[in-house]
Each structure stands twice: as C-alpha cells, then as structure tokens.
Design a protein around this ligand. Structure first.
Ligand code: COI
Length: 356
C-alpha cells in the first residue's frame, strides 16, 4: 500500500526543545501517521499528515464505550546520528493481542512498521541525541463509528503521534517510593488488565492521586481477588531480588506483558548467577524479606520508565527501605545493558534492533 505524505511548510514547523528541558509526554512533533478502517474495506489509506486535532462526532463509539488500545515505544539516536527502534514488532504483536481482546480489527504489522519508519524519516530532526532522551512513539486505535449501541464499531482510526522525552518519573533513574494499594484494584483475571487499553489507566487514577498526595510516586497493585499477591505498578512491571532469586509476578491475564519485562528476563537468564522465577509473590513475602535483609533490590521495568529502582515500599503503614534507598547493582547493570543496546553503543546480538 502506498503511503502518502503531506508535510508542513518549513516556515511553519514547531520550535524544537533543548534535550535538557525534556520531560515526558508534553511535546508533540509536526506530523502524525494515520490509517483508516471500514468494515468490508479493511485498513486503508495510510498517510503521513500534519499533526493536528481530530474531529469526532459526539456519538463516536470510543467516547462512550472506550473501545481503544494503544502502545508505547521509543526511537533512539545512535552516536553516529542513525535512528533505531527496539523490539518494534513485539510492540505491534502486543497491539494485535490487545486488538483481539477489544474486538478491534488487527493490523498488518509490516504495513504499520513501514508507516512508522516513514513518519520517523519525516521527523528525524526531532529525535534527541542525549543519553536518557528519545522520541516516544504512541500508536493508538480508536473506534470512530458514530453509533450508541453497545457492539464493536464498524469504523476505526489508527494513528501514531511522536514526542521527544526524557525520564518518565521526576526522580529520573533515582529510586522511587511506592505505596501498596489496599483498598482499590487495577484489574481482575479474566478482565482487560493484560490489554493496553485506556480504561486500565483511567481505573488507576484515583488511587494514584491519593498516593501522590501522600508523597508516593506510584501505587503497587495487589491481585483483585485475594488482595495478597503483587501484580504491577500501573506504568511498569515489578521485579524483586530476594537473596539470589529474581522474582517476577507471572502473566495471569491481569498484568501487562511488558516488552522491557521480557527483555530483563532474557538478559538475566543469559547472564546466569541468579535464579529467575516467574511466580506469584505475596506482599507479605516482600515485606518479610525486606525486614530481614533478604530483599536485595526491587525495581520496575517499562518502556517509558526503562528500569526504575524502588527505594521504599509502604504497606499497612509500615515503610521498608530497599537497597539502602539506592540503586542496586542488578538494576544498574540492566539499565546500562538495555540502554546500550537501545542507543547502539553495544552490538545487538538478539535481533532486537531495527534501523529506521
Ligand atoms: C509505556 O511505558 O510506554 C507506557 O505506555 C506506560 C505509560 C506511560 C502509560
């Protein structure tokens, strides 16, 4: 399918921010990619167009029943100036899994990867070059049919927007403080917790706001049934190093299958030296291990957050410190390894990188 490109005149391009000023998710580039779907016609009309507002009928299905999915990935600038993507096809495979769960038609992965690269070539000057910065990529699908009956829509819009970013958390790569949520739950097995759909994030906001007011960066969710087992932090998966065992909550349908989570598991298994267990871990086990000095590290893994060490965990009013409130050696090694592959300063022996 031919990808049509309509560019913004050069005198109307937006000013680009300095790398040192970058935060997360507040600046967007000059262009976006779009693809339409109509029942009977399939996905069609791939195009790069100027970034701008979407015009939606007030009855548009996504605005009422939240039939929506998204992804998050990044484009990195190598030191030689070239651009590269990390595990991009894994993101689109996951997007298709989300699509199936939300009754949205699946995408042709080759087409959307080509569309993304076409957009990135138009926006190449927007990709920042400093270590820790990147161009964040947000592919999204929304149900666009104007219809109020509750059924899968017959029309969709796939679009991709881009924005230069720095660290996701204000703490950067420094340890964060998390609150174990006792009252609210994020997702339940059999629901859509493993689907990257906006509703999961909307459902997390209230508890996250309460936690922010108390000075916490994030909420650590427990399973919705027993309120006992650790699930994830809403913006990343969680890992715990207890003695020499790296424990990762298993993907049981209520946890997002994070690409960085898979990457951590792959790397640590290759390195050896740790037992890697994908198993249920009760919050009581985490707290006990912290109390008796066996919890060596706790950290999150996510695309936006990369590797984010956890320095303090609070549960039922008790605060435990992890790794002396510092970044532990495993979190540091993982951060260094993953970012070296992403920025191209280490060779990609896994086939994770695609150049733009
Ligand atoms: C990501 O890590 O890319 C995410 O989508 C998480 C969050 C920013 C919503």
């Amino acid at each position: 399918m031919e990808i049509k490109t309509t560019t913004v005149p050069s005198d109307q391009l937006k000013p680009k921010p300095k790398d040192s000023e970058l935060a997360f998710g507040n600046i967007f580039t000059d262009h976006m990619f779009m693809l339409d779907y109509h029942a009977g016609q399939g996905w069609h009309d791939p195009r790069v167009v100027p970034y701008g507002p979407l015009v939606l009928d007030p009855a548009t299905a996504v605005l009422h029943y939240a039939q929506e999915i998204f992804e998050g990935l990044k484009c990195y600038r190598r030191t030689d100036g070239g651009l590269q993507l990390f595990r991009v096809r894994d993101n689109f495979r996951r997007m298709n899994e989300s699509a199936r769960r939300m009754c949205i038609p699946e995408l042709d992965i080759d087409l959307v990867v080509e569309g993304l690269k076409t957009l990135l070539r138009v926006e190449r000057d927007w990709v920042p070059g400093t270590q820790g910065t990147s161009l964040y990529i947000r592919p999204t699908i929304i149900a666009t049919e104007a219809f109020l009956g509750v059924r899968p829509a017959a029309q969709y819009l796939y679009y991709v927007i881009l924005g230069p970013v720095g660290a996701y958390y204000k703490e950067g790569f420094n340890p964060i403080k998390i609150l174990v949520e006792e009252k609210y739950v994020r997702a339940v097995r059999g629901g859509v917790g493993s689907t990257k759909t906006g509703g999961n994030y909307a459902a997390s906001l209230y508890a996250a706001e309460e936690a922010h007011k108390k000075g916490f960066t994030q909420v650590l969710w427990l399973d919705a049934i027993e309120r006992k087992y650790v699930e994830e932090v809403g913006t990343m998966n969680m890992l715990f190093l207890i003695d020499d065992e790296l424990v990762v909550p298993p993907l049981g349908g209520s946890i997002l299958p994070g690409i960085t989570r898979y990457t951590v598991l792959d790397l640590v298994r290759e390195w050896g030296g740790y037992r890697v267990s994908e198993r249920h871990i009760a919050i009581d086990e985490v707290m006990d291990a912290a109390r008796n000095g066996r919890l060596k590290e706790a950290f999150g893994a996510g695309t936006a957050a990369v590797i984010s060490p956890v320095g303090w965990i609070v549960y039922k009013g008790e605060e435990v410190e992890v790794a002396g409130g510092k970044t532990g050696p495993l979190a540091q090694k993982l951060y260094d390894e993953i970012t070296s592959i992403q920025y191209g300063t280490k060779p990609d022996v896994h086939g994770w990188i695609e150049t733009v």
